[in-house]
Design a protein around this ligand. Structure first.
Ligand code: COA
Length: 169
């Protein structure tokens, strides 16, 4: 599917996005705070497009024909935690050059409507690492409410504290 919002197009990732993806996702300010390692090469980014980004309900956030971020839902068993039936987990990131334009919320809003209207989803969860105030703000702007404190393990096998938020249909 393709979604259009005021400033953005959400569309599936394609292999041609690899160079652009690498340019933005090699930035250490983007991946680690969201739980994934900075991309190491264009081949690495291409591999992510073919695997992680080819899962259902995962979209490139496109602005002026440039894929500037990613938004999507994870479903069991790919979620970070077991959330129960009828639930999914929202995730997003935006390239640092484009921060501060409200794009994460704009893109997420379109997908949230899609989840509640078209998919069999009654509750959406999202987590942010303690201290990730930017992500917390995005979730607050979307109407998410505090759910619980959690502990997760990152790609370096280090434990970190995170906060789970929830949005009911
Ligand atoms: C979190 C993230 C997706 C926010 O995207 P965004 O499109 O910039 O979001 P917004 O424009 O709505 O900004 C959200 C908040 O971030 C802060 N912010 C935005 N741009 C900023 C900047 N350049 N410097 C410092 N803070 C900034 C502001 O507090 C803003 O809240 P406000 O709208 O009330 O002022 C983005 O910063 C990002 O990708 N970060 C790295 C990956 C990540 O954290 N992903 C989420 C994992 S849970």
């Amino acid at each position: 599917m393709i979604f259009k919002t005021k400033n953005l197009t959400l569309r599936p990732w394609v292999e041609n996005d690899a160079e652009c993806l690498y340019h933005f996702a090699k930035n250490p300010n983007v991946g680690p705070i969201a739980g994934w390692p900075p991309h190491q090469s264009i081949e690495d980014s291409l591999n992510i497009i073919k695997t992680v980004f080819s899962k259902r309900e995962t979209y490139a956030i496109v602005n002026d024909d440039i894929p500037i971020g990613c938004v999507g839902f994870l479903f069991h068993p790919d979620t970070n935690h077991w959330w129960g039936n009828g639930a999914c987990e929202l995730g997003y990131w935006i390239a640092e050059e484009y921060w501060g334009n409200g794009y994460a919320a704009e893109a997420s809003k379109a997908l949230i409507s899609h989840a509640f209207n078209d998919l069999d989803i009654s509750i959406i969860y999202a987590t942010y690492k303690v201290g990730n105030v930017k992500s917390k703000r995005v979730l607050e702007k979307l109407g998410f409410k505090y759910y619980t404190d959690m502990v997760n393990e990152d790609y370096r096998h280090e434990y970190f504290k995170e906060v789970a938020m929830k949005l009911e249909k």
